[in-house]
Design a protein around this ligand. Structure first.
Ligand SMILES: NC(=O)c1ccc[n+]([C@@H]2O[C@H](COP(=O)([O-])OP(=O)(O)OC[C@H]3O[C@@H](n4cnc5c(N)ncnc54)[C@H](OP(=O)(O)O)[C@@H]3O)[C@@H](O)[C@H]2O)c1
Length: 411
């Protein structure tokens, strides 16, 4: 058919093309516009992962799997048969139950679960990690994908978590630090022939961040409500330095079987993606902003990636064989390893300093939060409940529920 048509055009002239007069009239203006749009769309879609990997039987923990890029990754890995444990802030949520059910049905994969782990609470993270580590024999773990993040729009006030930490720093940095360091024994115990890949989402906003200073958790500095990308970028820079030092420590660990380190911790920069957090950021969390966002949607459609495109570098991080052949602590962007990075990424002394300092800060925060929790608990409990609990605590025939109780009984 196209050959017939082209032959006719060749012999009878272009006048036989339908709407030839309109094409002749508007073509010189419209064709360059369409070509430019197509060119821009093609360019901004970014790179596509070309690697394939059978994920049946593999187990991944993923944060932020309920929205945006994380949700896309869950779909892809679930489709490939991986067992997925989504860390969600509230497992009693009806929406979450339906979401997991839909995923299982849609992907024909019953190995998708949600576990309670609110990343804005260090205690919640510890509870999840303790439960995970309690499994005997240790559970299989092929990777941890850290996609969850906090991104507060411009003009909003500082938000603190239950631990009293600024929420960008708490969720984008401390939560990843705490989760991964607590899961470290589970990562290390995996057999030597297993690739264990940890991916942490990063962002180009690290280039907008100021240098790391002594006020690591932004306790004394004023919250930059007019330039929130500064604190967002700072939190991403901190988590980047953590990834480098964490990898360094994993590399130094000597396995009992003397095999080399089989864990790679890398950062992934997805580029600018149309996700709920981007929409909230652009619309500045207001109805008018949302209206403007929708009005200018063609611009976002043209210049921002879809979640499918944004997830490609994560797939590269999970599937590309090269990841296990080179050192960890890399930044993956556009399905490539970035070579031009901020100079802090080459500063091993700073990375160690930040890691050690954060360890101490987390211990202090956890202690303070435990005291606060206890106070609130005591205020809300009735006298009868307290007596019952005390009896249970003292009774050596009852299995202790917390580390605190265990210590009490041992004493
Ligand atoms: N979008 C971009 O343009 C872009 C650019 C560069 C880097 N990134 C990075 O890519 C990652 C994914 O971004 P995204 O835009 O796809 O994010 P998103 O759509 O806003 O999703 C954020 C996810 O984090 C979860 N989360 C937030 N706070 C949590 C908490 N306290 N406990 C548990 N989960 C929590 C959310 O859970 P709920 O569903 O419960 O809210 C949600 O699943 C982020 O790390 C982001 O920094 C994104």
């Amino acid at each position: 058919m196209p050959v017939d048509f082209l032959t006719s055009v060749f012999f009878d002239g272009p006048e036989i093309i339908p709407y030839w007069d309109e094409i002749k009239h508007y073509g010189p203006t419209v064709i360059p516009i369409i070509s430019t749009i197509a060119g821009l769309k093609y360019y901004f879609r970014g790179s596509t992962n070309i690697w394939e990997r059978d994920l049946h039987g593999k187990v991944y923990i993923i944060t932020g799997g309920t929205s945006g890029i994380g949700q896309q990754i869950v779909n892809e890995l679930g489709h490939r048969g991986a067992q997925l444990i989504l860390l969600a802030r509230n497992t009693n949520d009806l929406w979450l139950a339906e979401y997991i059910e839909d995923l299982r049905d849609g992907l024909n994969n019953n190995l998708i679960y949600a576990e309670q782990c609110n990343l804005s609470s260090l205690y919640s993270i510890r509870k999840f990690a303790t439960k995970w580590l309690d499994n005997q024999p240790p559970r299989r773990l092929d990777g941890v994908i850290c996609c969850a993040a906090e991104c507060i729009p411009r003009g909003k006030q500082r938000v603190n978590t239950v631990d009293g930490v600024e929420s960008h720093i708490a969720i984008n940095y401390l939560a990843n630090y705490h989760l991964l360091t607590l899961l470290e024994p589970s990562l290390k115990v995996q057999p030597p022939d297993r690739d264990v890949r940890v991916l942490i989402a990063t962002c180009s906003s690290i280039n907008l961040s100021d240098k790391i200073d002594s006020d690591l958790l932004w306790e004394k500095k004023q919250y930059p409500s007019q330039q929130p990308w500064k604190i967002y970028g700072y939190s991403k820079l901190l988590v980047g330095l953590f990834a480098k030092e964490f990898q360094n420590r994993l590399d130094q660990y000597e396995r009992k079987d003397k095999s080399p380190c089989n864990i790679r911790v890398n950062l992934v920069n997805p580029g600018l993606v149309r996700t709920p957090s981007t929409r909230r950021f652009i619309s500045m969390g207001s109805i008018l902003g949302l209206f403007l966002y929708l009005l200018f949607f063609p611009i976002w459609w043209l210049f921002l990636k879809s979640v499918f495109q944004g997830a490609q570098s994560f797939y590269f991080g999970i599937m590309a064989p090269i990841i296990m052949k080179i050192e960890g602590g890399q930044i993956i962007q556009e399905c490539k390893i970035q070579t031009k990075v901020r100079k802090e990424f080459d500063d091993a002394v700073l990375q160690k300093e930040v890691f050690d300092k954060t360890e101490k800060l987390i211990a202090e925060i956890e202690k303070k939060s435990a005291i606060n929790r206890k106070k609130i608990e005591l205020q809300t409990k009735t006298k009868e409940e307290l007596i019952k609990e005390e009896q249970r605590k003292k009774n050596l025939n009852v299995k202790p529920e917390t580390n605190e109780e265990l210590e009490y009984k041992l004493q």
